[in-house]
Design a binder for this molecule. Structure first.
Ligand code: GRF
Length: 213
């Protein structure tokens, strides 16, 4: 049984999708938030999952926060640490500690649109397709070997809310899929590339193409 710790900062809908996938061989050991009022904590507690808050505002600097966070994570001896809408930049020391077992979901087709406000920036750039990426975390923000991506069309008349909702629906599909592959020991890291054993099209899902209007 693989032990998984999920870190959240807010709503926690991706965490929920992973919990609800009930992945064989995986146990969600804990859900940890850096914000005491994160909506997702209530869902996790109602599922009987251990929850904890490590409030970043209580720490003098990133290093002190990351050390406190790691101490709470390590109580659960996780095989995998999942950043599911965890909105803090982590120090290289923290990242190194979990090398190869720390994954994140980012709401864009990396390496495009790293950072914040990805949907608005995609609209402003006029891209025709957008999407989401699950990747291993490395010291550089929103980089690291890509495990799976989902592509969605950008449609005429989209605003940030419409586009982000379309992307989020795909996040809820690909994140549990990535966790499942890792739990099944099918994902390996080859330099800057992640490989998934036994998948012919390794992790690109394309949602149905838009129809003519
Ligand atoms: C998601 O869009 C995720 O890609 C981004 O933050 C959002 C978190 O949503 N990193 P939720 O808390 O999982 O509902």
């Amino acid at each position: 049984m693989k032990s998984i710790v999920i870190l959240i900062s807010g709503r926690g809908s991706n965490m929920e999708a992973i919990v609800q996938a009930a992945i064989p061989g995986a146990r969600i050991a804990a859900v940890i938030s850096n914000r005491p009022n994160a909506g997702g904590l209530a869902f996790a507690a109602a599922q009987g999952i251990a929850t904890a808050v490590v409030d970043h505002t209580a720490y003098a600097d990133r290093a002190a926060f990351d050390a406190a966070l790691a101490a709470v994570i390590n109580r659960h001896a996780p095989d995998l640490v999942v950043l599911a809408g965890f909105m803090r930049v982590l120090t290289p020391d923290f990242v190194r500690q979990y090398e190869g077992r720390l994954i994140n979901i980012h709401p864009s087709l990396l390496p495009s649109f790293t950072g914040l406000h990805t949907h608005q920036r995609a609209l402003e750039a006029g891209v025709r397709v957008h999407g989401t990426t699950v990747h291993f975390v490395t010291a550089e923000l929103d980089c690291g070997p890509i495990i799976i991506q989902a592509v969605v069309p950008v449609m005429a008349g989209d605003d940030e809310a419409a586009l982000s909702a379309r992307v989020l629906a795909q996040e809820h599909r690909i994140f549990p899929q990535a966790v499942r592959w890792i739990v099944e020991d099918r994902v390996s890291i080859d330099g800057s590339v992640a490989r998934v054993a036994g998948v012919r099209e390794p992790g690109v899902l394309i949602s149905p193409p838009p129809e003519d209007v």
